[in-house]
Design a binder for this molecule. Structure first.
Ligand SMILES: *[C@@H]1O[C@H](CO)[C@@H](O)[C@H](O)[C@H]1NC(C)=O
Ligand SMILES: *[C@@H]1O[C@H](CO)[C@@H](O)[C@H](O)[C@H]1NC(C)=O
Ligand SMILES: *[C@@H]1O[C@H](CO)[C@@H](O)[C@H](O)[C@H]1NC(C)=O
Ligand SMILES: *[C@@H]1O[C@H](CO)[C@@H](O)[C@H](O)[C@H]1NC(C)=O
Length: 498
């Protein structure tokens, strides 16, 4: 229902987003009366692309600059060729300045990897252009990074396997070009919501792709489409492609959330696009609270809780902690997150067979669950059913909790009262009209047990009705399920030899 206003807003924003680039550029060009000269012209490549090696956590300090061919810079910067080398690459810029996320990411990388060489690739003047020109510059910047890496391999015997490029938005495709042009294979490239416009659907040579490094992992956070474009690329382009919250609507980024903080429509886009960076920062800082993503063929199946398996590498940590998997191209992975750091939460798959006992064919039940754990309980959590609850079949749901409630002890299932829903009121009226002799009776469903799998622990349990004689439920009622007396923990089935 709210798709129409959202995409309308998106269009408004996209217009501002792209045209303000035009406007700024016009200002830059102003005064040159018709000359086609770019503000970058007459500058050498060393001035346009700078490699700022960060030396201290104090981000006001300038650090020092690496330059291809200049050995003295390496010594001055204290470049350690046996340590990890991490390049951070920004994207298209409208302000012509580093954005706030850059400082957060640099600080988080340096804290996590204190010995690493952390290098910020500063291509601001080439990125502060009309979007199509900035896109055209990505190849140049990528090949410059490749040249620097080739020189470091030759001069310092730098093992490329220890090199990790982290690129945000357009920067992800810059990293892709670096991987294409370098002699050898870079260890890892992380794409943080890689840019979509002019990259969606193009050949692998013209965008980030799995061949650009030994391991390419991608976070997609803003893939919502309007007029056939999305700010973040939609298609999978790495070895693993993770779509937090379906890659579409990030919690905490809704218009209401952002406007309440005095933001504007642009802030909504920034919030969703930049969320990839903040999820990555979170993964660097909160090592003991990792978020898992689960492989799934699509967001709808994931929303139904079908894909919470970790067998055969079907789950992975997200962000910095992602584990390299044997080349498995374009494996899409999903998870839900909280709205703020720490972003990780807890996923549960619930399976229950819903028997239709009386008049429920048109009931369209709305369920809530409350989970009771060893540490804490949840509130009533709305059970999001993509279609409608299937009657006389086994239904699978996904329940997400923000808090670690500990081992699950008890579940309450609540059927929201029928009076709350206008459609069911209408159905009751129609029903009583046609069958005026009988008063409308409450629909009755029966649920005997609930099977639960915890995504984060992979533990499986079966819950039975607390009172075995009370397994039927009507609108406005709730039922409680506790661990079944006979073998409630489901032992993992023996794996069949393949
Ligand atoms: C260089 O990095 C390696 C690996 O992290 C480390 O063992 C070594 O102590 C570092 N050397 C210097 C001079 O910091
Ligand atoms: C793209 O950039 C190259 C330099 O890297 C330049 O020679 C070329 O004219 C640019 N093409 C377009 C279409 O802007
Ligand atoms: C479910 O089964 C009940 C009784 O077995 C039957 O009356 C009802 O029509 C069935 N409903 C559906 C949707 O299959
Ligand atoms: C239990 O959860 C509630 C929210 O559901 C929270 O306010 C409370 O702080 C939690 N208690 C503990 C001990 O974690």
């Amino acid at each position: 229902m709210n798709h129409i206003p959202l995409s309308w807003i998106f269009l408004q924003c996209a217009a501002v987003f792209f045209s303000s680039g035009l406007a700024e550029n016009a200002v830059l060009k102003g005064g040159e009366s018709g000359s086609d000269e770019l503000p970058t012209e007459g500058k050498s490549l060393d001035e346009l692309i700078k490699y700022n090696m960060r030396k201290s956590l104090d981000l006001d300090q300038e650090g020092c600059y690496l330059q291809q061919g200049k050995k003295e810079c390496l010594e001055e910067c204290g470049f350690n060729a046996t340590a990890k080398t991490i390049f951070i690459i920004h994207g298209w810029t409208m302000s012509g300045m580093f954005e706030g996320w850059m400082h957060k990411l640099v600080a988080a990388v340096m804290q996590r990897e204190s010995e690493a060489n952390v290098v910020v690739v500063d291509w601001i003047s080439l990125a502060h252009q009309l979007y199509p020109d900035a896109v055209n510059n990505t190849r140049l910047v990528g090949s410059s990074i490749a040249t620097l890496l080739d020189w470091l391999q030759e001069e310092q015997q730098l093992p490329l396997q220890n090199v990790h490029l982290i690129g945000y938005s357009l920067g992800a495709h810059v990293a892709g070009y670096a991987g294409t042009y370098v002699q050898g294979t870079i260890g890892r490239i992380t794409g943080l919501d890689p840019a979509g416009p002019m990259f969606e659907g193009v050949g692998e040579q013209k965008r980030l792709s799995p061949d650009d490094a030994d391991f390419v992992d991608v976070l997609h956070t803003y893939t919502r489409e309007a007029l056939g474009v999305s700010i973040g690329i939609q298609q999978p382009i790495g070895d693993i492609d993770i779509y937090p919250n379906g890659g579409e609507v990030q919690p905490g980024c809704s218009l209401g959330d952002v406007l309440s903080m005095a933001g504007n429509f642009m802030e909504v886009m920034k919030c969703e696009h930049e969320r990839a960076v903040h999820l990555f920062v979170d993964s660097l800082m909160n090592k003991d609270h990792m978020s898992f993503a689960f492989q799934c063929t699509g967001p709808d199946r994931f929303k139904k809780g079908i894909c919470l398996s970790c067998r055969k590498n079907r789950c992975n940590n997200i962000g910095y902690n992602a584990k390299k998997m044997r080349k498995r191209r374009n494996s899409k992975m999903y998870l839900k997150t909280r709205a703020d750091t720490p972003f990780g939460g807890y996923h549960y798959q619930m399976k229950m067979h819903v028997f239709n006992r009386k008049q429920s064919d048109n009931a369209d039940p709305t369920f809530y669950v409350k989970l009771y754990g060893a540490h804490n309980d949840t509130e009533n959590v709305f059970v999001d059913v993509p279609d409608s609850v299937g009657l006389n079949v086994t239904n699978t749901f996904l329940v997400f909790t923000e808090e670690d409630i500990g081992d699950l002890l008890k579940i309450s299932l609540i059927w929201e009262g029928a009076a709350d829903s206008w459609t069911s009121v209408w159905k009751n009226i129609k029903q009583s009209f046609w069958s005026w002799k009988t008063k409308p009776t409450n629909p009755v469903l029966e649920i005997r047990r609930i099977r639960v799998k915890a995504g984060e622990t992979q533990k499986k349990f079966t819950f039975c009705a607390q009172d075995p004689s009370k397994t039927e439920i009507s609108p406005g009622e709730s039922l409680t399920y506790v661990k079944c007396r006979d073998g409630w923990e489901v032992k993992p089935r023996k794996r069949l030899p393949m």
